[in-house]
Design a protein around this ligand. Structure first.
Ligand code: GDP
Ligand code: IMO
Ligand code: MG
Length: 414
């Protein structure tokens, strides 16, 4: 969908049966919440498998890594007794680094844009990917070469300082200052450098879990452009973003929220502006794990999900936050769109056209029982099972996991 589906929860749960967990795109724009026996951990960069002491967690080349945020996360985990030694945590040599000027550029651009704001997380994600594609980015391996760090930062700031001072009314940044800041933390990052692709390749007979961030409809190519993030969030990027071939991937699990949410701007056909929307927002505690912004809420959109199934070759679905639907008298699923007099079963392709669709809804009876402690599919209320089975029909993909609460244990496996 558009992020925050409960990926952190599912990855943590599945990591108990995985040997290696790899993040392959995005950066600390993500906020992944894990709850174990009531204790909550929010991760932005480190893979959500880190709480499983036996798993190795790797950050792939497709990620953009803010080294200060990474170290902060390492320190916080270490303080709560989690092993974050470089034997079980690694960063690809090729991972691009988010530097202070990326963050500043992200923030001043958004401030200036006002009406056309994307509502980015302000973490410097877009500007860092821009530098990667422009072939001027600083990669993690460069931290071992002081001269290269200075040369690259100097070059990047030649252009960026013109933007800062001429367009955005900011003070230019001094390349020597930025270089000093980077070199000061380099000794703590360097021990984590590793060849992620080779580590995965040498893990014969092991289970590798690739963890995506954001949502499919925030994908730079396939999402609701331009209201998207700056990376490919689709499953195929798991290969590119970690340095392995497609042959390494044999199952693709889509994490789907039982309704829809979105943070930031952009089209949202099933968005609700009524008491049902308020119910989802309040009951689902729908507040951004990264920026603290309230999330926009709406009904489940099977049109959007059909596109997700197709874009990812989903082999199964984990349906999350089903418990949040409790006490809604009627639950709706959008099964098609009316658009310019036609009925569509896939999203229209023109920029902004998703703003002009009218959702076609099916209505399903709600439920009043508390299902948050239910651990058996057969014990779920009949109306919940019908809703789930209708979704399977619409999407042609089995719902393998049903999540009924934030805790690792609150999961039904079918
Ligand atoms: P992610 O970005 O996909 O990892 O999702 P977030 O962590 O940003 O947002 C999901 C939120 O829903 C978190 O607060 C989770 O603790 C919570 N959550 C996950 N699964 C469930 C569930 O089945 N029921 C409820 N009530 N909360 C859930
Ligand atoms: P997780 O992994 C929800 C959204 C931002 C904004 C757009 C671009 O927790 O699901 P960016 O900072 O990436 O340039 O912002 O993308 N966005 C997310 N929304 N969950 C996320 O991550 C998101 N990461 C980015 O709100 O609309
Ligand atoms: Mg999130």
């Amino acid at each position: 969908q558009w992020g925050d589906e409960g990926k952190g929860k599912l990855v943590d749960m599945l990591s108990q049966k995985s040997d290696i967990i790899v993040r392959f795109q995005g950066g600390n724009n993500a906020g992944h919440t894990i709850k174990v026996s009531g204790q909550q951990t929010i991760l932005h960069l480190i893979p959500s498998g880190i709480l499983n002491p036996k798993a190795v967690c790797l950050i792939g080349n497709g990620v953009v890594l803010d080294p200060w945020v990474f170290l902060n996360e390492v320190d916080q985990l270490a303080a709560s007794g989690i092993d974050v030694d470089s034997k079980r945590l690694g960063i690809s040599y090729k991972t691009h680094l988010i530097l202070p000027y990326h963050k500043l550029l992200d923030q001043v651009r958004e401030t200036k844009k006002s009406a056309s704001k994307i509502g980015t997380t302000g973490r410097g994600i877009g500007p860092c990917y821009e530098d990667k594609v422009a072939r001027v980015g600083l990669r993690a391996a460069d931290l071992t070469d002081r001269d290269l760090v200075l040369a690259k930062i100097t070059r990047a700031l030649e252009e960026k300082n013109i933007l800062f001072s001429n367009l955005y009314g900011q003070k230019p940044l001094d390349p020597n200052d930025v270089t000093e800041q980077v070199l000061a933390i380099a000794p703590r990052i360097i021990p984590y450098l590793t060849d992620v692709g080779a580590r995965i390749d040498s893990a014969a007979n092991q289970t590798i879990l690739f963890e995506g961030a954001q949502g499919i409809h925030l994908d730079i190519d396939h999402g609701t452009y331009p209201f998207v993030t700056s990376s490919n969030t689709v499953a195929s990027n798991a290969a590119t973003g970690s340095g392995v071939g497609l042959g390494k991937i044999d199952q693709v699990l889509g994490i789907v929220k039982a309704y829809t949410t979105r943070v930031g701007a952009g089209a949202f056909p099933t968005e609700l502006d009524d008491l049902d929307g308020e119910h989802l927002q309040k009951n689902g505690h729908e507040v951004g794990a990264t920026t603290g912004r309230p999330r926009r809420c709406g009904w489940l959109d099977a049109v959007i999900l059909k596109a997700s199934v197709r874009l990812n070759s989903l082999t199964a679905i984990a349906l999350t936050k089903v418990d949040v639907l409790q006490n809604l008298p009627i639950i709706k699923i959008c099964t098609g769109y009316k658009y310019k007099g036609e009925t569509l079963s896939y999203p229209p392709q023109f920029e902004g056209s998703l703003n002009d669709v009218t959702p076609i809804y099916e209505e399903w009876p709600g439920f009043t029982q508390d299902i948050s402690q239910c651990l058996e599919y057969a014990k779920l209320p009949a109306s919940v099972r019908k809703y789930i089975e209708r979704l399977e029909d619409l999407l042609g993909v089995p719902v393998k996991y049903v999540s009924v609460g934030p805790d690792r244990e609150q999961t039904i496996v079918r």
